[in-house]
Design a protein around this ligand. Structure first.
Ligand code: HEC
Length: 170
């Protein structure tokens, strides 16, 4: 009788041990799958857009400020310059002559960024802060309009945290 119980105990211990081992190795396998999942290769245009996005976010973050210090004006200047530069590249490399809306919005994005640079250079003028923030809004409108035009749904996802900031549909 005792022998049977002891045998049962051993059996249970062994099977628990085995069960844990299996679970453990399962974890390893799923980890491996996650790690080894290949990253989707981004198009060159997408990479350029990421750069625009980074610079845009830098100025967008400050849109609630009621005063810009020297540091913030520098961000406006730099971001504006960067967006101009990248947009020029995009317009040269990824122009779509048969899509007038796309072409126009690209140009508008460049103009909005150029304006930002101008305003930052004249930061001591009256109303410069309001002008800068207005320009950021114009910039955002070009992003939203073009993405909507092309049915790109990246934007709402990117700004999920701030629903009231979602680009309004004109
Ligand atoms: C005139 C059109 C146009 C304008 C304006 C525009 N975009 Fe885009 N955007 C695109 C296109 C086209 C793609 C898709 C690129 C691809 O996946 O190849 C894209 C994709 C993106 C992506 C996703 C990139 C990725 O990692 O896949 C982000 C982020 C983005 N845009 C941000 C912005 C921001 C921020 C602005 C405004 C400051 C903006 N875009 C303005 C056309 C535009």
């Amino acid at each position: 009788m005792y022998k049977i119980l002891i045998a049962l105990c051993i059996f249970l211990i062994v099977s628990f041990h085995y069960a844990f081992k299996v679970e453990g190795s399962d974890d390893v396998i799923s980890d491996e799958i996650i790690i080894e999942e290949p990253e989707k290769e981004k198009s060159e245009l997408a990479k350029l857009m990421d750069k625009i996005d980074l610079n845009y976010k830098a100025v967008e973050e400050m849109s609630g400020y009621y005063r810009y210090k020297k540091k913030q004006w520098k961000i406006v200047l730099k971001s504006g310059q960067n967006i101009v530069k990248v947009t020029k590249t995009v317009r040269r490399k990824f122009s779509k002559p048969d899509d007038w809306t796309y072409q126009e919005l690209m140009e508008k994005m460049q103009i909005a960024a150029e304006e930002m640079v101008e305003i930052a250079k004249n930061k001591d003028k009256e109303g410069a802060l309001e002008d800068a923030q207005w320009q950021v809004r114009l910039l955002r409108r070009t992003c939203a309009k073009c993405h909507k035009h092309l049915d790109i749904h990246i934007y709402p996802q990117l700004y999920k945290k701030k629903p009231k900031e979602l680009p309004s549909t004109p």
